[in-house]
Design a protein around this ligand. Structure first.
Ligand code: TXA
Ligand code: MG
Length: 309
């Protein structure tokens, strides 16, 4: 399957079918969030071992306010970062239409407004929140192109929109908003520093208090073992470089020759996949500075390497 129109994709959602949706972060596998059967198809298509909560995608902060309680902090974060790579987890409203399955039984819902014209056009046309995890089989790297998405879940979808390569390339930052404060549940496209500039300090939450599969070890893993903080390759390894690297050498993918973390984030999953496709004995990855977007990049790399986060 190649690519369909927004109208055809909205109709497929209305029939309870699955659709590949481009966003600025990664490609999503979308379904009508209010239809539990449709949501169940997402888990089935991804081969998810258990029902983890999904993000409900909406057109704007107003639509979000029909799903979750948008207090002052949520409003401030929404005006600063929506549309964009930020997901807000907040208490579900009593008449929230998002199905309990999409929420995995929790009394909170994760909501975001994607910054992509095709995603927004689809949400507008469909008119209901769309549940969409990344469009990969469970435990695999997130797809950042339509071709990668179709290679993962193409057999399960009845429509797919081609939005080109994803601009951000990393999933959204997930924050929870509770009486105790605002907590960073998953680093992502919006940096910790940018969040702090809007809400002040963030609170820490214990790992096991969060049902966030994005925090599981071996999430985002390619087939080949991944070795981090490598300054050179060993025999038969592919190499993901960052900054200065040997030019024109086979088996080397440079995440950003100029050392730009935004460029590295955008290339990360596509290069992990490209390196993996060559069937190396392993994938060595250069050190990435742990500042700004580097926090999310290193988080995904540690999980790809199988370290417990
Ligand atoms: O950029 C993204 O966020 C992409 C695109 C498609 O929007 N989506 C994505 O979805 O990465 P997914 O399902 O792969 O990750 C959703 C994350 C998970 O870590 C999940 O545990 C967390 O959000 N989450 C969802 N609902 C939650 C809730 N009620 N409480 C805590 N965490 C929640
Ligand atoms: Mg995912």
């Amino acid at each position: 399957m190649t690519s369909d129109t927004v109208a055809a994709a909205a109709e497929a959602l209305g029939r309870g079918e699955l659709v590949v949706i481009p966003t600025e972060t990664v490609y999503g596998l979308g379904a009508d969030s209010t239809d539990a059967m449709a949501v169940a198809r997402i888990f089935e298509a991804k081969g998810r071992p258990r029902f983890n909560p999904l993000i409900a995608h909406v057109t704007d902060a107003r639509a979000a306010a029909a799903v979750i309680r948008m207090d002052e902090r949520a409003q401030a974060l929404a005006s600063a970062f929506w549309p964009g790579p930020l997901t807000l987890v907040a208490p579900a409203l009593p008449d929230c239409a998002v199905s309990v399955l999409a929420r995995a039984g929790l009394d909170t819902v994760a909501v975001r407004v994607p910054d992509h014209p095709l995603a927004l056009a689809l949400l507008e046309r469909f008119g209901r929140p769309v549940a969409a995890p990344s469009a990969n089989r469970s435990g695999r790297p997130s797809p950042t192109t339509l071709a990668d998405a179709l290679a993962e879940v193409g057999g399960s979808v009845s429509a797919a929109l081609d939005g080109g390569p994803c601009r951000v390339g990393l999933e959204s930052t997930v924050v929870s908003i509770t009486d105790a404060g605002v907590a960073l549940l998953r680093p992502g496209g919006v940096t910790r520093e940018a969040l702090q500039a809007v809400v002040g300090s963030l609170i820490e939450v214990p790992d096991d208090a969060i049902r966030s599969p994005g925090r599981l070890a071996l999430h985002y893993a390619p087939q080949a073992p991944v070795r981090l903080e490598a300054d050179r390759t060993r025999n038969g390894e592919a190499f993901l470089a960052f900054g200065t690297a040997p030019r024109d050498q086979t088996g080397v993918w440079n995440l950003s020759p100029t050392g730009d973390l935004r460029e590295a984030a955008a290339n990360l999953f596509a290069y992990l996949r490209a390196a993996d496709r060559t069937g190396p004995v392993g994938i060595a990855v250069a050190p990435i500075p742990d500042i700004g977007l580097g926090e999310a990049i290193n988080d995904r790399l540690r999980r790809a390497a199988g370290y417990v986060g």
